[in-house]
Design a protein around this ligand. Structure first.
Ligand SMILES: O=c1ccn([C@@H]2O[C@H](COP(=O)(O)O)[C@@H](O)[C@H]2O)c(=O)[nH]1
Length: 233
């Protein structure tokens, strides 16, 4: 399938204000990429901006990583679903009851968004996990949380592409793997620790590639996006 029918790149719109984000989006079409709205842009531009992107025909991943008690998270994913987003997420470390409550809360929607859970942030390595009391390597922790996510009825996880092959082997193909920490060859790693190139990530089993700064901070962002699409076509 060509990327035009099912764009694999989710561009992270990590902009400081709605005008800059809109200026960027105006150079795009929905067949080039999907869009991700995270905490920074949502805090300044809010739900109306998300609805505006949906109105322009883009699939929107609302990346607010809900992590709270089950009732609060259930209401939050419902509020997200009312915006018409394509995908929404929670933290898997919120536990089974929280994830089940979120999934159940979406049952009343005719076209519910995909619901996925963050496992281990791609900015973290074993040392970072140790500091928060987890004496395991990222792969082990990602696998543990991905199995819990699947058992809780969710559609997939956010993980790094470095864990994609293991998750495909252990959990199978019917599970969405959304992978940030994607860096085209030669790009700055920034604060990401578990990284992979777009092509490697898809070869190892990623479903979707989250890419922010390598595109949004480029001199010619659309050209970079097109060359990434060509590299994975
Ligand atoms: O584990 C995670 C979960 C979410 N993210 C988000 O993805 C983008 C990545 O942006 P880059 O500029 O390509 O690094 C960003 O919005 C993060 O909040 C993540 O990186 N890792």
């Amino acid at each position: 399938m060509s990327y035009k029918n099912d764009p694999k790149v989710l561009v992270a719109l990590d902009f400081a204000d709605a005008d800059s984000a809109l200026q960027f989006v105006d150079g795009l079409q929905p067949d080039l990429c999907r869009l991700k709205v995270g905490k920074e842009l949502f805090a300044v531009a809010g739900p109306e901006f998300v609805k505006c992107l949906v109105g322009k025909g883009f699939d929107v991943f609302l990346d607010l990583k809900y992590h709270d008690i089950p009732n609060t998270v259930a209401k939050a994913v419902q509020a997200a679903a009312r915006l018409g987003v394509w995908m929404v997420n929670v933290h898997a470390s919120g536990g089974r009851k929280m994830m089940q409550a979120a999934k159940e809360a979406l049952q009343e929607f005719e076209n519910p968004p995909l619901l996925i859970a963050v496992t281990v942030l791609t900015s973290m390595d074993s040392e970072d996990l140790k500091e928060i009391g987890l004496d395991v390597d990222p792969q082990q922790q990602v696998l543990r949380l991905a199995k819990l996510t699947k058992a809780s009825g969710l559609d997939g996880v956010v993980c790094s592409a470095q864990e994609a092959a293991l998750l495909r082997k252990e959990i199978g193909d019917d599970f969405c793997l959304v992978t940030p920490g994607i860096r085209p060859q030669g790009s700055a790693t920034d604060d990401q620790k578990r990284i992979m190139t777009p092509k490697q990530a898809l070869d190892f089993g990623s479903s979707y590639l989250v890419i922010g700064r390598p595109i949004t901070k480029a001199q010619d962002p659309i050209e970079v996006l097109k060359s990434i699409n060509a590299s994975i076509a």
